[in-house]
Design a binder for this molecule. Sequence first.
Ligand SMILES: *[C@@H]1O[C@H](CO)[C@@H](O)[C@H](O)[C@H]1NC(C)=O
Ligand SMILES: *[C@@H]1O[C@H](CO)[C@@H](O)[C@H](O)[C@H]1NC(C)=O
Ligand SMILES: *[C@@H]1O[C@H](CO)[C@@H](O)[C@H](O)[C@H]1NC(C)=O
Ligand SMILES: *[C@@H]1O[C@H](CO)[C@@H](O)[C@H](O)[C@H]1NC(C)=O
Length: 490
Amino acid sequence: MARQMFGFIALLCLYAVTQGLPSRHIQTKHHEPNKDQPQFKEKYFTQILDHFNFNSMGNGTYDQRYLITDQYWKRGYGPIFFYTGNEGDIWEFALNSGFITELAADQKALVIFAEHRYYGKSLPFGQDSFSIPEVGLLTVEQALADFAVMITALKPQLGASECPVIVFGGSYGGMLSVYMRLRYPNIVAGALAASAPILSTAGMGDSRQFFQDVTHDFESYAPECRDAVRGAFQKLQDLSEVEDYSRIQAAFSLCKPPSSQKDIHQLNGLLRNAFTLMAMLDYPYSTHFMGNMPANPVKVGCDIMLSGADLLQALRDTAGIVYNSTGILKCFDLYSLYVECADPTGCGLGFNSLAWDYQACTEIELCFESNNVTDMFPPMPFTEAHREQYCSKRWGVIPRPGWLKTQFWGSALSSASNIIFSNGDLDPWANGGVRKSLSSSLVAINISEGAHHLDLRSSNDADPLSVITARKTEADTISQWVKMERRRSK
Ligand SMILES: *[C@@H]1O[C@H](CO)[C@@H](O)[C@H](O)[C@H]1NC(C)=O
Ligand SMILES: *[C@@H]1O[C@H](CO)[C@@H](O)[C@H](O)[C@H]1NC(C)=O
Ligand SMILES: *[C@@H]1O[C@H](CO)[C@@H](O)[C@H](O)[C@H]1NC(C)=O
Ligand SMILES: *[C@@H]1O[C@H](CO)[C@@H](O)[C@H](O)[C@H]1NC(C)=O
């Protein structure tokens, strides 16, 4: 789920980080003006550092970044569409969630994308944000309070006091949208939670589900594809058992020969992560979100796996779709292209990955395993015990399984209202979310040919009918919520 930057950009990021520069300095590519793109203004909000303790930070504040555009807004009347930013640079989400601005144009809304604390430029303690104890103010509750305080303060400033607020989010951002509606129904009239795995991340799932569903995507393209992937990992396993490290280096174009089981584990993690990303980002057109992906990456990957080449080289080239999208990677550097963390689906690289690792070590539970039985990957267990061991060493914290479920209702959501849970059937996160409508105002939408929050993306000629239909339902439902809220507040 975590944001990732790949290939050349990844190396640059890493370079920037090791040089003590935030990776954001090289993400300029996304900011090129384009007349089709919404005209966001970048602003900062003076935000309370610690919403829940009046002594620890006193009245201390930090600068929280947000993007805003009123180009579609019926001033003082139209609703506010507020994106609850998740684990990354807020521009990345703003520029990959075109549905929200298309809908804003339609419903004459003011649009705000708020950055999550500890990500992008919203670092409460600058370069020291990831020290202990400074990192301790990174919690879901603080992030939600940030959004609530920001909305409350901006409304009168913008002359929007009467305007209903609808929150939007994808993935962890979708979880935050759900939580906003549960926690602050006084502020938020409804939530569109796209691909929000609110159940699995609260420990209410099957630890095998995620990689099983990744596998399912490749297997439903071609069962032979799954077999080829499994066979390639088996070959790698055979070579590592006889410690033929030079063959492994040659086959995978590794910069340095592996020399231990730890290196092999790292290689397996890096390779598995490529499949995770291809499954999550299996969009019908090429994208530049979380790295560069060709159109239909699962198909592209399987076509390489089945090209008849040597299985190990096929596996390398398939991973290259993710890590070598620029085509300029000379060799795979095991420890810089992929960093193992408390999220077995990947934390990405750079500062944002530190923040996500901390969240995965505290409130967000991501104990997913692969086992080569229910999935095609080598056995890589990641249990609550592994997590605890890693997290206490890395961050000096002991995770609290069950807290998210206690705090945000688990699956006992029936007394909530006005939430859409949309999920794409291709998305390995989908089955960690709410898949069945719980009431007439808690609506689940399945997008049969959709990957990770495809519905939040701009309309595209290659869109399957299922996402067009889903967006239509979402648009109608949101417009109803806005009307309801106007009636209620009269
Ligand atoms: C916090 O409050 C104290 C006492 O009123 C004041 O002197 C100080 O400037 C305030 N700090 C901030 C960051 O607002
Ligand atoms: C995966 O399971 C298959 C049997 O389905 C077995 O032949 C193979 O050795 C296993 N591979 C690994 C890497 O454990
Ligand atoms: C990266 O892609 C280029 C172009 O396809 C290829 O020549 C190069 O060998 C690839 N690098 C690796 C490490 O596979
Ligand atoms: C969505 O798909 C899931 C899994 O296939 C199914 O259990 C569920 O009933 C479907 N939900 C809707 C709203 O169609």
